[in-house]
Design a protein around this ligand. Structure first.
Ligand SMILES: Cc1cc2nc3c(=O)[nH]c(=O)nc-3n(C[C@H](O)[C@H](O)[C@H](O)COP(=O)(O)OP(=O)(O)OC[C@H]3O[C@@H](n4cnc5c(N)ncnc54)[C@H](O)[C@@H]3O)c2cc1C
Length: 461
């Protein structure tokens, strides 16, 4: 419960129409895209100015009210579940203006709630490119992307959100505006506080403005779909493409389970009898694009692809990528509960990881569809289940632990892009060891002594 007098203060700062306390409204903010129990916040606040956002953070700290900041709530790690239940959810999705697109110096300045695809489209209209493209880009916010260090389909060639953050302005727990980074390509001034904020999942500060690097839009693009009758042939081709020193913009993998679900959902003509597909795209200047595409096409055929179809025009290309982006929604249609994992391995270990997933599905007698950013070593084993079935759910939990163990044995990481949140915090020690957790706790303790910023996330309590 929040004191009436404090609610009154929140109303004065953000406007009554932006303070929500009705249960029905609050339920919307009790979830995110992870499969975790909902937690109802005591209130949700929607500051529509930076000043109001600053006041909200300060008031929460002064009154020891846990604060969970939320963009679009699409994260897959429980990062916006407002834990514990006496806290507030702060919505930054209406702080959604693109403040500047600087064509001469190739950067953009955005408010936290700008939707990723909106920025991408706005800069593309000026011949510029913002490459990070999480599958959720039509709804996810840029602050959410930075706070999760989101990846996407183009991570292989272009890197991830971290590689495009030039500066962040954020509110510390006292509501003071902290500026870090700059509009310059290089900036070696002061500590790299932006580095600390990227991937901080709302636990260290609340973003108010972000400066993002832009690059020239590629002059040409070519996409292809390679069809395989054996899973191993496809996964070995991924490792082969990387080993041949060719870097496609995108190199995505889909197993038969996913292909069938996607085709059922989006009807783009994917071969439903294929054991696996690779969706590959090249971009850049036309000549190397053609050369690389030819080399990879012949490599796919040499590795046993039964067919390789090159998209004949932009619309065919777009439909392939739209189908790929629908994979999660398509799979989600099949069963009441979907658990999407993102354990990631060094790229050469993709064949081992794909085999491990098949073995784990068999061992625990569960359905796992696998798709994802294979070129980054970042597969998305997707478990389809029904959480109400207690015995199956126990097997699912054991399978998830087995996926993490195998990824770590192969030299990988628990999360390639979805962050730690609540979902993975219990496993963190397995990867980082206690020293890293203790160090992180000291950082958190110093920056947020009352532990009000998204408590319980990443490093637990
Ligand atoms: C269908 C689907 C596909 C997806 N595909 C991908 C993918 O390809 N790659 C990928 O990386 N992820 C993917 N995701 C996960 C998710 O979309 C990303 O993590 C995304 O970055 C979350 O953005 P959001 O705006 O929804 O953030 P939210 O879920 O609202 O928040 C995420 C985290 O950011 C923090 N946060 C939000 N706003 C602020 C702020 N102003 N200041 C400080 N912290 C803040 C929150 O507290 C939380 O910890 C996918 C999710 C779905 C549902």
């Amino acid at each position: 419960m929040i004191r009436k007098s404090l609610l009154k203060e929140f109303r004065e700062k953000v406007g009554s129409e932006n303070v929500f306390t009705d249960k029905a409204d609050l339920f919307t903010y009790a979830y995110d895209a992870a499969v975790l129990d909902p937690v109802l916040p005591a209130a949700a606040l929607r500051p529509v100015t930076s000043e109001a956002l600053s006041h909200v953070v300060r008031l929460c700290n002064e009154n020891r009210i846990p604060l969970t900041v939320r963009g679009a709530g699409t994260n897959l790690s429980g990062g916006t579940i407002p834990f514990p239940d006496d806290g507030v959810v702060v919505l930054t999705n209406t702080l959604n203006r693109i403040l500047e697109i600087n064509e001469a110096d190739m950067y953009a300045v955005v408010q936290p709630g700008v939707v990723t695809a909106k920025l991408a489209a706005a800069v593309e209209a000026k011949g510029l490119f913002y490459p990070p493209d999480p599958g959720s880009q039509d709804v996810s916010t840029l602050a959410g992307n930075v706070a999760e260090n989101a990846g996407g389909l183009r991570g292989l060639k272009y890197g991830i959100t971290r590689d495009y953050v030039m500066g962040i302005q954020f509110f510390d727990v006292n509501g003071e505006l902290v500026k870090t980074g700059s509009r310059t390509v290089k900036c070696a001034t002061g500590y790299n506080l932006g580095g600390l904020m990227i991937g901080s999942e709302g636990t260290l500060g609340i973003f108010n403005e972000i400066i993002l690097k832009l690059i020239p839009f590629p002059a040409s693009q070519k996409a292809m779909v390679a069809v395989f009758d054996k899973l191993d042939k496809a996964s070995e081709t991924v490792a082969g493409i990387i080993a041949s020193r060719i870097v496609p913009a995108t190199l995505e993998f889909m197993d038969n389970f996913t292909i069938r679900a996607v085709e059922d959902f989006s009807h783009v003509g994917l071969p439903t009898d294929a054991a696996a597909l690779l969706l590959i795209e090249f971009d850049g200047h036309p000549a190397p694009v053609v050369e690389d595409a030819e080399k990879v096409e012949s490599l796919c055929r040499k590795n046993g692809a039964t067919s390789v179809r090159v998209a004949k025009d932009a619309s065919e290309r777009d439909s392939v990528w739209a189908a790929r982006r629908s994979a999660l929604s398509a799979l989600a249609n099949l069963k009441p509960t979907l658990v999407l994992e993102d354990a990631t391995v060094p790229r050469s270990k993709i064949p081992d990881m794909v085999r491990a997933m098949q073995n784990i599905a068999e061992e625990y007698n569960i359905s796992i569809g696998t798709f994802g950013h294979a070129g980054d070593g970042n597969l998305h084993p997707t478990i389809l289940t029904d959480r109400r079935d207690k015995t199956e759910w126990e097997r699912v939990e054991s399978a998830i632990a087995a996926i993490f163990d195998r990824a770590l044995e192969l030299g990988g990481t628990l999360s390639g892009e979805h962050g730690t949140g609540i979902a993975k915090s219990a496993f963190l020690e397995k990867e980082t060891g206690m020293a890293a957790i203790n160090y992180s706790k000291r950082v958190k303790g110093a920056l947020d002594p009352n532990n009000i910023l998204n408590p319980g996330k990443v490093i637990g309590d």
